[in-house]
Design a protein around this ligand. Sequence first.
Ligand code: HEM
Length: 512
Amino acid sequence: MKTFTREAVRDQGSSVDNPWCIIDTVVYDLSELLDTHPGGEAVLRQVAGQDATSTFYSLHRQEVLASYSELVIGSIEGEKPQIITPQPGDLSPVPYAEPLWLRGEPFRSPYYNDSHRRLQKAARVFTDRYLVPEAKECEATGKLLSQELIDRMEKVGLLRMRLGPGKHLHGRNLFDGAVEGEEFNYFHVVILAQEMARPMARGFQDANMAGMTIGLTILLNFGPENEWKTRICDEVFSGQTKLCLAITEAFAGSDVTSIRTTAEKTPDGKHYIVNGTKKWITNGTWSDYFVTAVRTGEGISVILIERGEGVDTKSIKTSYSSTAGTALITFDNVKVPVENLLGKENDGIRMIFSNFNHERWAMCCSVLSQCRVVVEECLKWANQRIVFGKRLLEQPVIRQKLAKMIALVESNQSWLESITHQMCNMPYADQVRHLAGSIGLLKMSCTRAAHEIADESVQIWGGRGLTQTGMGRHIEMFNRTYKFDAILGGAEEVVADLGVRQAIKNFPKAML
Ligand code: HEM
């Protein structure tokens, strides 16, 4: 690459028609950008021949530079770059941008070992390389994620790993040997959920096979041990066939016992006839299988319904991207073989609640990861933004906001890890009895934290926090979508109440 002195840039690049500028130690020829620059030509002409580093960073996200690399004509002679350009897989050097266990020396954690570190590294590279660009595109266009990405995820075992530890991982190649299927535990899932939430695209996050993650678990844990189950699991894990969980209805959201979709047995006892509707079903518009809660006589059961005659799905527009495939589903006299019943008839509530545990806990992982990205964005912005002649960080009111946000993320992450440790040491069947309450309270705590963090972050970012493009886009996205975690998988108030009711249930009989 050519090198220039700063004087040479001033002399040769100060023409307003052919302006050059310096950003850090790199020299850009802005001539080709004059006509297309989203911020207009005038501002570019104003910096002709100058060092525009601080102006540039107060107006753009760093990634802008990577996508305009063709404007680079050289670098400044003898100077070392001051600005860190993150590479795929890099950890952030910003304080509190990574969980404590990832910060390296001298920090320690009792929960994570080398296999966790290897998995984190591989998952971060994967996210930066493949998820971030596709998330950006799908989030904007509402398109379904590509089969190419699904195949890539399947190849490294990502689809299987997201369902948690179990036989489905044994003997599998997981991220090129980063972790053995047999040693895989819930902390590996925390890592995956947190890494995969980093693109800050809440609609895409759900588009990325969330239906499978929360639905296939019921089939895996409660389905019959036979060829049929193995075939469906393999089809879904291959990513060729899509599956989602269909519980909520217009009649019943968090109040699952009020569902009205019915499944009545035919007189010969060979089929169920299913009638009813399901609403807000993530991935429903493009799923092939629906793990569906139905009313069977006096109780609730769960059956696997295949897309076919009588099944209709329509897209519901929500405040996040339609890439998530959120659907209204109607079942109109759908004939389903009785073999598709999962678990026992009328035992659905127990299965649904066991499954909810995993879903709610996974939501805590991802919403905390997004909260952490927001904290990082706010720290970076407060460090570089000059207002009333000072950096934002120099304003005590801003530091108070940051303190509150950091404390909310760190305390909830610690609680998440403590509960995850219990999950690693408790059989799945016992978790619903001993952990459902704590997980409900944790979810409430995480989404309350998200509420506070979304609110404070917009105040720190001002108009940019309300703008879908440019520097504050992560803040805008978070403020628009954090409510999904407060509603999906059980509304904040309902899961909080569950936590307290479980505590009351276990209260000693004696007066204390
Ligand atoms: C290599 C040099 C530059 C490139 C590639 C570039 C590119 C861009 C892009 C893509 C945007 C859209 C917003 C975003 O995505 O962040 C933008 C906005 C903008 N740019 Fe630049 N730019 C450059 C240099 C500059 C410089 C030197 C200035 C000021 C002197 C400037 C002033 C602005 C302004 C005022 C906006 C609108 C910002 C807003 O709406 O908040 N740009 N630029």
